[in-house]
Unconditional design. Structure first.
Length: 349
């Protein structure tokens, strides 16, 4: 009974520390953006910023707000229309939980560890609603404050009986445009008990048709072909790769998908240490080879795979449409063959 009330009181304290009014007051005091900033959108020049965020556990949520604000402000100072944050962007708020650093090693499974520590899934069920509410408030306020589109990254939290890994997109008015659940889970996420999504979404905005599959989703060709057929022009992929950085391993995701389906790709990355994991990766912005100055498919990429940074580049959506209209890669589809084999292949156990 005592433990139950301790948990209830701690949860109430966390909700109080992350109350919207507190975030609003903080961001109002830190108002360095030009109030007369004009929203101008030209399909020939949509400027995007991919965030590479060094992971840090914050006991005080306002410190997290400040770090997110600094990234958005830096991007806006560079005239970005779109700011893209990484996968698991809410991990840093787990620092509000006393003793979170002890959740390691044997607690990487969905059952309660032998040490008596709660499982990862139970921790996410407990504190996930706090992080979800805080994240939606923070990035909604930042989008409205800086008049910019923000893909907030992804957050693991409960959705009914399930726990999902969900990315969020906000418009420059601060309103939530849409969400996307991770469809292809990493093996560790399956061990934890995370539930996968079952559909992809494309969002039609003033800066193009946007989608935001999460990390492992970009490992598979089908993801990008589906999104491209749904009308996607810009595919944002937040990642959190818990592995040493390797150039060719990094290529398995967004770069080949962009070349195969002729879309713009934006990769944001979470880097740093958490529990027994070391996350590495390079944020970058990618385009079909024909639309890049060096003919390498890369418009911008950070230098280091392990520090906070920002990659910024311009996207020409009209040039993309012209390329799609004439490029042989999009004219080689044999739909009769696909209709004959695909249903049978994908329905096999």
């Amino acid at each position: 009974m005592i433990s139950f009330w301790k948990e209830r009181l701690l949860l109430q304290l966390l909700f109080w520390k992350t109350r919207p009014a507190r975030f609003q007051r903080y961001l109002h005091k830190n108002n360095s953006v030009k109030k007369d900033r004009q929203l101008k959108y030209d399909r020939k020049q949509i400027r995007a910023a991919a965030v590479q965020q060094k992971l840090e556990l914050y006991t005080e949520p306002l410190h997290y707000v400040e770090q997110m604000r600094l990234q958005v402000e830096k991007a806006v100072q560079m005239e970005a229309h779109l700011v893209v944050f990484p996968e698991n962007n809410g991990i840093q708020l787990l620092g509000m939980l006393p003793g979170i650093e002890k959740l390691a090693g044997e607690e990487k499974t969905s059952s309660e560890g032998s040490s008596g520590q709660p499982s990862v899934l139970n921790v996410l069920r407990y504190v996930g609603p706090v992080i979800e509410k805080a994240a939606q408030t923070i990035f909604s306020l930042l989008a409205a404050k800086y008049k910019v589109y923000i893909m907030a990254g992804s957050f693991m939290h409960p959705d009914g009986e399930k726990v999902v890994n969900r990315s969020y997109l906000f418009g420059p008015d601060g309103k939530l445009i849409g969400t996307q659940d991770k469809v292809h889970l990493f093996p560790t996420e399956r061990e934890w008990g995370i539930s996968s999504g079952d559909r992809f979404h494309v969002f039609h905005t003033l800066i193009g048709n946007l989608s935001m599959p999460v990390c492992m989703d970009a490992t598979y060709f089908e993801t990008f072909r589906i999104l491209q057929l749904m009308g996607a022009e810009i595919v944002m992929v937040p990642i959190a790769n818990a592995e040493p950085y390797h150039f060719y391993l990094a290529l398995r995701g967004i770069w080949p998908r962009v070349q195969e389906t002729l879309v713009y790709g934006i990769r944001s990355a979470l880097v740093g240490d958490f529990l027994d994991f070391t996350f590495t990766g390079k944020a970058g912005i990618f385009a079909p080879i024909d639309l890049t100055p060096k003919k390498d498919g890369i418009l911008a990429e950070t230098l280091s795979p392990s520090s906070t940074d920002l990659a910024v580049a311009d996207l020409d959506l009209e040039a993309l449409q012209k390329l799609r209209a004439t490029h042989p890669y999009l004219g080689d589809k044999n739909t009769e063959l696909y209709q004959k084999y695909f249903p049978h292949i994908y329905l096999k156990p």
